[in-house]
Design a protein. Structure first.
Length: 209
């Protein structure tokens, strides 16, 4: 399986979730799973590694860094050993094209590809709200506008804003809210800090850098 997406878009998180789902649904995979950077894999004993996770899964991060020798060896081992391993390679489009270009036989083995899309500002804000909600916080209307503003400030023409960056913004807002609430403990008694569902409110000022 190939997972394509930009840096910080959650490729490894998706890969791990996919493995868990396949283990549960197919009953064909055991609990052996490994994750390794392609540069490190270039220096490993592939035969020994595959035998170690026989029947399980291997996630190869930044797969475009696999050198030609490793790509050829991996392809041959998958053809000529009794090991049954699900390989998930993840990288950007350019990285995946690079590694698959190393060996046509290896490329043919990857029959499935998942592309993680570039998210719109609305989708990123919705994710930020959902992430905050999971942590028992709720962003009020002015806070949502502030989140839109923070996201627009970090957007670049050549690189999409990632979910990781949105999480960092929300984490920062939560940290700010906690600092302010500690300093102004007595004012909490007179201000509405919680929603009716007992979620802590994140306000516009909490998103200030």
């Amino acid at each position: 399986i190939l997972i394509q997406g930009g840096a910080g878009c959650g490729k490894t998180v998706l890969a791990k979730a996919l493995i868990k789902a396949l283990q549960k649904e197919t009953k064909k995979l055991n609990n052996k799973a490994g994750k390794i950077d392609a540069k490190i894999l270039n220096k490993k004993d592939l035969d020994k590694l595959l035998k170690k996770i026989d029947g399980g899964c291997l996630i190869i991060e930044r797969a475009g860094e696999l050198n030609r020798e490793t790509a050829l060896k991996l392809s041959l081992l998958l053809d000529n050993t009794d090991c049954r391993v699900l390989i998930i390679m993840e990288d950007t489009r350019t990285g995946l094209e690079k590694v698959l270009g190393n060996d046509e036989n290896l490329a043919r083995k990857f029959t499935e590809k998942i592309k993680i899309p570039v998210f719109t500002s609305d989708e990123l804000v919705e994710f930020g709200q959902a992430y905050a909600h999971d942590l028992d916080y709720e962003i009020d209307n002015m806070g949502v506008l502030a989140l839109y503003n923070r996201i627009s400030n970090i957007q670049k023409l050549d690189q999409a804003t990632t979910l990781t960056e949105v999480k960092e913004i929300v984490d920062g807002a939560i940290a700010n809210a906690e600092k302010k609430s500690f300093k102004k403990a007595f004012s909490i008694l007179t201000s509405r800090r919680y929603t009716e569902d007992d979620y802590i409110i994140l306000r516009e000022k909490d998103f200030e850098e």
